[in-house]
Design a protein around this ligand. Structure first.
Ligand code: CP3
Length: 363
């Protein structure tokens, strides 16, 4: 296996990596969650050529192309591998499809028998299935500008488990929450399987050339109120501890590996706990959190990322300028990676992304 990870030329110029190591840069380096996506006409064209969304994810030619599109257009300082968090359940043997205009659909995991049918975490078929993703990472590291940080990613165990159990992105994740209460052992077993398989998944992305990885806990906001037992709270029990185990496993295999954790919906308090409780190198901040208030609670050395409301990017104009300025004001002199507080939406005008970057880079 090619191991081009940390020794690559130009690594010293990778600004996102410098911030992840604790440096405060002005202006901060920038990328956007979902930066390769439907708001870009060139993405829509490649997507139409590739066929289904999963065909796009599993074709290194097409996946590399769409990953590079926002880098060519905007020169973001980081590039995120184009794939999806749901390729992992797919690799475990669950049926996954993306329904046009509706989002992901999985065969819901009903009961222990369905769990027993999933592939084991060390089944070579799991990583054979994911090989196109590693090939995409290898090619990206070769094709990206040397100064661009390459990010790999996966979903956090709770978020991925919630799709596997519910079969879709239900608003309150009622099926996953109900199962966590009625058959706690089964949800624990599923989370353990996801911790094991995704630790190895991220290690392989890093070995294929990813400079750092992000773990998406997009459904952290559904956790409060779940039973946690043993004196812990639900966020620790179902999210932060499993993520901490992943990060320990990743660093045991790839010493010094850099990890960003995005725990959307976990509130000011949840965001403040991410780094101490998971061991992450940076906390991704959603748009609902007051970034200035969060920064006041965090040690100055904590690396933050994100927070710009995706709706201000739809709105554009002076409101967008003000939103960019607010992020900069809250993080001046502190290590911060500029990003949104959730993914960019398909209806965002491309010129507003240009305006955002002009404001940022002129600051
Ligand atoms: O950020 C990037 O540019 C990298 C690619 C990426 C995608 N999905 C591509 C995608 C990443 C990092 C993800 C992560 C992901 N996938 C998350 C976590 C982040 C978040 O948004 O909270 C989640 C929850 C998923 C699951 C998923 N994939 C959903 C719910 C949907 C449907 C919603 C939608 O936007 O359509 C997807 C589809 C998806 N994943 C698209 C893209 C570009 C749109 C599909 C298309 O092109 O038809």
């Amino acid at each position: 296996m090619a191991q081009t990870n940390t020794a690559g030329d130009g690594q010293a110029e990778r600004k996102v990596l410098r911030v992840l190591a604790g440096e405060a840069l002005s202006p901060p380096p920038a990328w956007m969650m979902r930066q390769a996506g439907r708001y870009l006409p060139e993405y829509r064209a490649t997507r139409a050529e590739a066929g289904s969304f999963l065909d796009l994810c599993y074709s290194p030619d097409f996946a590399v192309e769409v990953t590079l599109q926002p880098i060519r257009r905007f020169g973001f300082e980081a590039s995120i591998l184009f794939s999806d968090i749901l390729v992992v359940p797919h690799a475990l043997g669950q049926d996954v499809r993306f329904v046009e205009g509706e989002g992901p659909r999985l065969d819901p995991l009903h009961g222990r028998a369905a769990f027993e049918r999933l592939r084991a975490a060390d089944d070579p078929a799991v990583f054979a299935h994911l090989e196109p993703v590693f090939e995409t990472v290898r090619r990206l590291r070769r094709d990206l500008p040397a100064e661009t940080t390459l990010l790999g990613f996966c979903g956090a165990p709770w978020t991925v488990a919630s799709y596997m159990i519910g079969g879709r992105g239900t608003p309150d994740l009622a099926p996953a929450r109900a199962l966590a209460e009625s058959d706690t052992a089964l949800v624990d077993a599923l989370i353990d399987r996801l911790v094991a398989v995704q630790t190895e998944y991220l290690v392989r992305q890093l070995r294929a050339g990813a400079d750092a990885v992000q773990i998406f806990e997009s459904h952290a906001g559904t956790l409060p109120g779940l039973p946690a037992g043993d004196g812990a709270d639900a966020l620790a029990r179902w999210s932060f501890r499993p993520i901490a185990r992943m990060i320990q496993g990743i660093r045991a295999a790839v010493p010094g590996a850099k990890v960003i954790v995005f725990a959307r919906g976990s509130g000011l308090d949840g965001h403040a706990r991410v780094v101490p409780e998971t061991g992450a190198d940076a906390v991704g901040v959603d748009w609902a959190v007051d970034l200035a208030a969060l920064r006041e609670r965090l040690p100055a050395s904590t690396v933050t990322q994100g927070n710009l409301h995706p709706d201000t990017l739809i709105e554009g104009g002076p409101a967008l300028d003000a939103a960019v300025d607010a992020v900069l004001a809250a993080t001046r002199g502190l290590p911060h990676i500029f990003n949104l507080g959730h993914g960019i939406t398909p209806q965002t005008p491309v010129e507003n992304v240009e305006r955002m970057l002009a404001r940022l880079r002129g600051a």
